[in-house]
Structure formats: C-alpha cells, structure tokens
Design a protein around this ligand. Structure first.
Ligand code: PEP
Length: 251
C-alpha cells in the first residue's frame, strides 16, 4: 500500500549552520514519537552532506530541491543527480512551480531530470499544479494531466512506481490560501484515475500523492483525512520544527 509522507521543502532558506540546527531539532522531536508517516526534508544542495551526517536518516529522509538535466561535464553551476546521490540524499524535488516559472523548466527538461534521478537511485518528488487563471476557467484537470503525461508517462510501470507526486496549486503556494480539503480530494482522485488509466489500478493505488500549498498544523488534519491525500509537501511551515512536527502529527 502507498505511504503517507510529510516532506519539507526549505527552498532558498537557512545557512548550513541554521539548517543543521533545524534538522537536528526535528530529528530530536521525532525521537519521542512514532510518526504515522515517512518524514523527508529537502534542503539546499550546500546543506545535504552536513544534514545527512547530523541526523538519523532512518528517521528522516533527506532530499535535494532540484538536479541537473545533464549527466556531467561543462555545465557550470549545475548539480547532477549523481552528485546529489553521493551526499547520501535519497530524494529530489523536481518540477516545483518556482522552477517551472522562474527557471523555465519545461516538461521535456523535467523528463530528463526524472530519468537521471531514477538512474542514480533517487526518488523524485514530482510537483504538478495549476495557476489561478487555469483554475478559474476550470482547466486545472487538463493542466495536471498534461504535466504528468508530459514528464512521467514515458516511464515503465516499474519506474513510475518509484515516483512520489505532489499536487501543488500554484495559487496556494506561500500565499496563505489553501485548497479546501474537498478541492484537494477531487483533484487527487482525478490524478490517481489518470495514473490508473495508464498503468493500471495497482500502480495508481500504490502512488503517494501529496498536497502542497500553505499547509499548516491547523489545516493538515482535514486535508490528510481525505482518502486520496497521502500527506503534504510543506514550504513555510517546514522551517520551524514545531510547525513541521504539528503537520507530521496530523496523521
Ligand atoms: C511549496 O513550495 O512546496 C509549498 C507548499 O510552500 P508553502 O507551504 O509555503 O505554501
């Protein structure tokens, strides 16, 4: 059966020292509870080795927030999936709306990144989601379907089974506006059906689909109670151990 997962996306926040301290705080808080979900933190590249070495990675999985769409070579400033894996990180967020919007990551580029992540043993946390104008005209279903098809439906069923999906309506990210639990459930169920139509019911039922967008301790219980919402990808509320723990313990 699919896993419940709460994953933090630190974005471009914290120094290495601050990040290590935050990771240790979360690790210590988790030592006292048995969470009903897997816990992941995705940190800036610079933090990965230090964070991996500072915590119990059986308790918290560590991930990067991006990786290159090329294997290696003359790509100044890029960080490859192989480099990410060599830090001890096990996950990589791909297709975040900020990467799509500010760094022009297309479905084709993301397809390459997914393949390289998988080839290097990383689990992609693949983000999809519509912008406000698309939701307002009722295009959100077709947008998320195209995002999944465009970057993931080239995969074999076996490889697709390694993907974690995160539905993140762009209008809810960092805005304080959350999708209602019913809105989240409606589109998560649609995403699962889209997967079932391509790969069959078993693969679809085993795929974890996280919700992201202004998720916090106060709204996480209602969101996570929905049958097709398997946890959250958390931005702002992942930057404080107590609010991140408040979301983890919502399960
Ligand atoms: C995110 O960026 O993945 C996210 C969900 O951010 P926030 O929780 O701050 O809306």
């Amino acid at each position: 059966m699919r896993k419940n997962i709460v994953a933090g996306n630190w974005k471009m926040n914290t120094t290495v020292q601050e990040g290590v301290a935050l990771a240790k705080e979360i690790d210590a808080a988790l030592a006292g509870v048995t969470p009903k979900c897997d816990v992941i933190i995705a940190t800036p590249f610079t933090h990965l080795v230090s964070v991996v070495n500072a915590i119990d990675t059986n308790r918290i999985g560590v991930g990067a927030e991006n990786c290159a769409d090329k294997t290696e070579g003359a790509f100044t400033g890029e960080v490859s999936a192989k480099m990410v894996a060599s830090t001890g990180a096990k996950y990589v967020i791909l297709g975040h709306s900020e990467r799509r919007a500010y760094y022009h990551e297309t479905p084709e580029i993301l397809k390459e990144k997914v393949l390289l992540a998988l080839a290097n043993g990383l689990t992609p946390i693949f983000c999809i989601g519509e912008v406000l104008e698309e939701r307002e005209v009722g295009k959100h279903f077709e947008v998320v379907k195209a995002q999944v098809e465009g970057s993931l439906f080239n995969l074999s069923a076996e490889d697709f089974g390694k993907i974690i999906l995160a539905y993140e309506p762009v209008w809810a990210i960092g805005t304080g506006k959350t999708a209602t639990a019913d809105q989240a459930e409606e589109i998560h169920a649609f995403i699962r059906k889209t997967i079932a139509d391509k790969y069959g019911k078993e693969v679809a039922e085993n795929t974890s689909i996280l919700y992201g967008g202004s998720c916090k301790p106060s709204n996480a219980p209602e969101l996570f109670a929905k049958p097709d919402v398997d946890g959250g990808l958390i931005g702002g509320a992942a930057l404080k151990a107590d609010s991140f723990m408040g979301i983890i313990t919502a399960f």
